[in-house]
Design a protein around this ligand. Structure first.
Ligand code: CP
Ligand code: NVA
Length: 311
């Protein structure tokens, strides 16, 4: 497997391996410190980023390489050079390419033309690096994944999709509560349902937040207006998504030992109350910290050809 464009590129064993590697890197951050010696990893960000950009830079540095961050206006792409030509050229200098952009088709194009691994650092459709860190965080907290239910509430976009796919590959239960118009894509739901059922897990889709959080070990949410969403949708989204706000009442419907998770950035008072995200049950900042060993694991596994994927 050359690239990580979405969680569904991975097999269940690949995901387990990434989690094992990430735990190893938490323990010994410099254990593969020469892997990228004298090499660069270009990181193209067409959308803003705090966590992904810095954790990926740190992961590349820990592997001995040099991250090079590139903004949307800095390449000849802006002057009409094709993505494919850009990929070929980048591939002659770089060990891997990390890209955050809008359309998934662009990332697929880049990966098809690049001779080196391409990692999706968030698109409108996927956020695989986040999902790997999320499962790492859940496993770290509870000691295992199977037997736990994640309740995801709010907008069924990129974070929901990757989390649902990862939960399914790990054989967990996941309940996704969204307004009907903001449900995850049918194709992703079908994939996750089949993968979860093969492993004894379950995927539940509902528009009822209380139903989703029942028996949940994890209550997870994301922003209501994503970077790829048009600003004209803001008012409508704030209104339609309001019943999905995570507050103490909703947390009380989950398991007694349930934790709160959020990929961040958070908008306190919108998708989550300050009391919940800043309270003792919140793992949001642990998740953010875990982005580093998770991304280090992904880069290491791709660069050493350790992932099977669906060859
Ligand atoms: N969670 C996450 O991807 O954050 P950034 O947008 O800051 O990278
Ligand atoms: N769904 C959000 C995630 C941010 C990390 C977005 O795409 O903006």
């Amino acid at each position: 497997m050359k690239d990580l464009l979405g969680i569904s590129d991975l097999t269940g064993d690949d995901l387990s391996l990434l989690l094992e590697l990430a735990v190893g890197f938490e323990d010994k951050p410099g254990s593969a410190g020469d892997l990228l010696a004298h090499r660069i990893v270009p990181m193209y960000f067409a959308k803003p980023s705090t966590r992904t950009r810095l954790s990926t830079a740190a992961a590349v540095a820990r592997l001995g390489g040099t991250p090079v961050t590139i903004g949307p206006d800095e390449l000849q792409l802006r002057r009409g050079e094709t993505l494919r030509d850009t990929a070929r050229v980048m591939g002659s200098y770089a060990a891997a390419i990390v890209i955050r952009t809008f359309a998934d088709a662009d990332v697929r194009d880049l990966a098809a033309a690049a001779p080196v691994p391409v990692v999706n650092a968030l698109t409108d459709g996927h956020h695989p690096l986040q999902a790997v860190a999320d499962l790492l965080t859940i496993r770290e907290h509870f000691g295992n994944l199977r037997g736990h239910r994640i309740a995801y509430l709010g907008d069924g976009g990129n974070v929901a999709r990757s989390l649902m796919e990862a939960a399914a590959l790990a054989g967990m239960d996941i309940a996704v509560a969204t307004p009907p118009h903001y449900a995850p894509q049918a194709e992703a739901v079908a994939y996750a349902t089949a993968e979860a059922e093969r492993r004894g897990g379950r995927v539940l889709l509902t528009d009822d937040p209380a139903e989703a959080v029942e028996d949940a070990s994890v209550v997870y949410t994301d922003v209501w207006l994503s970077m790829g969403d048009p600003d004209r949708e803001r008012t409508r989204r704030m209104k339609v998504l309001a019943p999905y706000r995570v507050d103490d009442d909703l947390m009380d419907h989950a398991r007694d030992d349930a934790v709160f998770m959020h990929c961040l950035p958070a908008h306190r008072g919108q998708e989550v109350t300050p009391k919940v995200i800043d309270g003792g049950r919140s793992l949001a900042f642990r998740q953010a910290a875990n982005r580093l060993p998770a991304t280090q694991a992904v880069l290491y596994a791709l660069l050493t050809d350790r992932l099977e994927g669906h060859r």
